[in-house]
Design a protein around this ligand. Sequence first.
Ligand SMILES: NC(=O)c1ccc[n+]([C@@H]2O[C@H](COP(=O)([O-])OP(=O)(O)OC[C@H]3O[C@@H](n4cnc5c(N)ncnc54)[C@H](O)[C@@H]3O)[C@@H](O)[C@H]2O)c1
Length: 444
Amino acid sequence: MRVSVFGLGYVGCVSAACLASMGHEVIGVDVNQVKVDLVNDGKAPVVEERIGELIAEVVHSGALRATDDVHEAIMGSEVSLVCVGTPSEPNGSLCTTYLERVTEQIGAALAERNKHSGHSERHTVVFRSTMLPGTCLNLLVPILEKSIGGTAGVDFGVAVNPEFLREGTSVQDFFDPPKTVIGELDPPSGDAVLALYDGVPSEVFRVPLPTAEAIKYADNAFHGLKIGFANELGAVCHALGVDSHQVMDVFLADRKLNISPAYLRPGFAFGGSCLPKDLRSLVYAAQRADVSVPILAHVLPSNSAHLKRAVELVERTGKRRVGLFGLSFKPGTDDLRESPLVELAERLFGKGYDLRIHDANVSLSRLLGANRDYIETRLPHLAHLLADSIDKVLEHAEVCLVGTRDPAVLAALPHGDGPVLIDLIHLPDAEARRTEPGYIGLAW
Ligand SMILES: NC(=O)c1ccc[n+]([C@@H]2O[C@H](COP(=O)([O-])OP(=O)(O)OC[C@H]3O[C@@H](n4cnc5c(N)ncnc54)[C@H](O)[C@@H]3O)[C@@H](O)[C@H]2O)c1
């Protein structure tokens, strides 16, 4: 394919050189003349393993050249890869100035091309820069449509193709990426990106534009979180006289609960007799040892914030008669200690909502020992709130919170013709319900 790469920084330079080495005909564009000259001299404008040799090779073979002339690049290409920087503004917001400018330039060049040469070949603009979800559709597509004078997805293609390379190993990462994500406005836009990576061995995910933008943020936020977690844990272990690397060796060996998809789906708040208590005491021990652990210290506040979102969803419906399915801290148990659903019920009850609760695993007769004490101190009116059947809750409620996967409850839930449903756990049929009236997902 004939490809223009806009921005010859780390991402653009590596993408341009690697695509050229795969047999594409590549033109790199940068506003910085020094970078353009360096590339044309067969030298890399960035310091990276293997990039020097690769640029020398592809420039020598004629597969890569550079220019500062946007028109020249657009005239000779069917795909544009946008790799300009998106730095932070001083207040933390994302700077989209370079993106907007380059998009205007590409649009103007495409308009010119269409006018003068009667080009009928559809050009696809592919954004590799990291940008917040919605930036492409709401900011960049309108710029392209205005400057080209056509419709995105009809007259030209638009895609988002985030980059997952790591500086230092970026050439290696380009040829062996963890995944290929293609955000596509329409299937032909995605096909154009797919053709670029023909021969690159990785799983391909074709998703809507904002999903592709968000995936990059999910990755980077998680990577930062992982490093912060490991470092905080290391510091606590050190203060407590424990070998943190030995701890992490064992931690990492657990592929069922630790290094696994477990606990990584948006759902309801956590609770139970262990997580809150153990986080509290670990943070307390760290603080006593003068070890600052802001990530660990904010896990419980984060959990409370999530619970509050559920209360706010009920408040926003404006309804007063509320049903709650599920009460124990997770399915298949009657353990109510520090159950987030008990906390939710207590908050709603405290706000004067007329509440009915059903949980098949929890019945007053089975509330023995620790659980009975817990209920009596935390929810003394539980007996009046508990309904012994699903139907009684559904008959009572104008708005119903679903916090259990009990099959009997799932089977009884109405489809748009009963109370408003607030789904706390991402029901198995959540995707289908999304379009039903009266369905509200907690965070999806
Ligand atoms: N560096 C990384 O490891 C990495 C990894 C994945 C994603 N990203 C993302 O990729 C994007 C690019 O990152 P980078 O590190 O390569 O940035 P960079 O700052 O190294 O390079 C950006 C280049 O774009 C050029 N430029 C700016 N405006 C231009 C225009 N109108 N026309 C042509 N060129 C223009 C600049 O002169 C510069 O050379 C950012 O959104 C970044 O967040 C970076």
